[in-house]
Design a binder for this molecule. Sequence first.
Ligand SMILES: [Zn+2]
Length: 292
Amino acid sequence: MRLALALAAALAAAPASAGDEPEAKAEPAPDRALVVAIDPGHGGPHPHAGARGPRKLYEKTVALAVAQKLGAFLEAEGATAVLTREEDVELPLSARAHIANEADADVFLSIHCNSMATAEGRQQAQGVETYFLSPDPTDAEARLLAELENGGPAAMPVTRQSDPVKGLLDDLSLGQARNDSARLAEFVQRQMVRTLRAQGRGVRQAPFLVLSALKMPAVLVEVGFISHPQEGRKLARDGYQERIAKALAQGVLQFADAVLQKRLVAAGERPKQAAPAPVKPPRSVAGLPGSR
Ligand SMILES: [Zn+2]
């Protein structure tokens, strides 16, 4: 997996690097592997540790562990994984998006754990949910979650625009990526529910800043409630983190096969060579039950 930290630092200093390609690339080149940007949520000291679970388990730790395992699974399948962070370091949301865009990633996943604020909520709420970007949250809960993940209601936007999410949605060139994000969310959510046998809380929408500046299909996954007494303990386990990673890998590969590959075939009039497949055919990740 490529180390993205140096890149992150460089990008934070100079967002528009001199090596930029002038033209945006809408499709993966026909001869390269699928590139998946993986973003372990949060990182660094308080208040950047994310939600807290049992026994001082922090969201940032679970997110990083799952991200690293996911990267390994995807690379074993022939994809290229680009992690936005590989250590317990603070990283602005805008830098995470820059890393994915600069890597020309085909898919972006931000990994998080959910949490409830009230004692009653902590006892009850569990399960997995997958979000894609929308200015209109699915409901009040989705809006609160986005506020939390964005760093509070007064979080700095990615750009200086007053409403970066709306700005993005006005950009028609990104419309396809937005439609694809909804499809990606469905694949990923379905695999998590199946593989983890977790409670499925559905595919949802909210204005997440980390998703708002991306050029590729992107989702934010809440892989479980770290605040739930049982699910929180599960999230700490290596074996369970591995199952989450396998589920996410499976979802991404299925999406790549069903959506990205089909589009390239449909585009038909590709010049030059009868292209080799741009993305690996989805094979079931070892140890997974039914991969369809
Ligand atoms: Zn989070």
